[in-house]
Design a protein. Sequence first.
Length: 269
Amino acid sequence: MVSQLIDKYFRTECLPHIWCPGCGNGIVLRAIVKAIDNLGLNKDDVCIVSGIGCSSRASGYLDFNTVHTTHGRALAFATGIKFSNPNLHVIVITGDGDCTAIGGNHLIHAARRNIDITTIVFNNNIYGMTGGQYSPTTPTGEKGTTAPYGNIDYNFDMCQLAKSAGATYVSRSTVYAANMIIKQVEEGIKNKGFSFIETLTICPTYYGRKNKKGDAVDMINYLKDAAVNISLYEKLSEEEKEGKIPIGEIYRTTRPEYTEKYEEIIKLF
C-alpha cells in the first residue's frame, strides 16, 4: 500500500511536495522507495544524495540519511560518503541538467572509477525549477526559455555516455512503465559498481507547454507509444527506429569496484 510506504519511508511533516500538477517525479520517487522496500534494506544503511533541481528536492521528503548538496555536485558528495562508509547503499537522485551539464565531469569520473553508487536521473528534458531553460537532453529543435527559436544543440544519450565512461549497470525506463523503474533500481542497488538509471519523466509546466506537447496524460501517452524494449529495438531497421526510445537494461558488465580497490591500497601502509 502506498500509504504504508509513506509512513515508513517519508518525512510526512515535509509533505505535501512542491512539484507541479502532472509532474512525473512522484512516480519515480515512489518507485525508488518501493525498490528499497522490496530489497528489505535498513533505512540506516541507505544514504540518499541529491543536487539542485526539481528532482533533487526528493531527498528532503525521504526519511533516510540524506544530503541535499550543491548544483551538479551530488556525485562528488556521494563519492566522499561512499569512501567514508563503504557499507552504505549510496543512491544519487539527480536531474538531466544537474547530472550532465554542471555535473557532467563528476558523472564521467564516477562511472570511470566504477564507484558503488546508484545514480537515478529524472530526465524531463529541461531545467524545470529555474524557469524552463533547455538542457543537455533537450531534443534538437525543441524550445526552452533560452532557446525560444528552437535548440540547435545535439542532445546527449545519457545511457551511452554512462556506458562509454565505464558504468557497469546501465538502464532506461519511463514514468509510464513504473514497475520497470522499480526493477531497475533494485538491480542498480544490487550491482557492485557504478549503476546508472535514466528515468524519462515529464514536465507539463515548462517542456510540455513550450513545445505544445499537450497535458500530462498526452505526454505520458507519448512515452508509452515511443518506448520500445531494447531487445525489440535492436531488431528494428534504422527507419523503424526513428522516433522510438529503447528502454530496459542497456548494458551490464563486471569489473573491480573502486572503494574495494582503495581499501586494498590502504592495507599496504
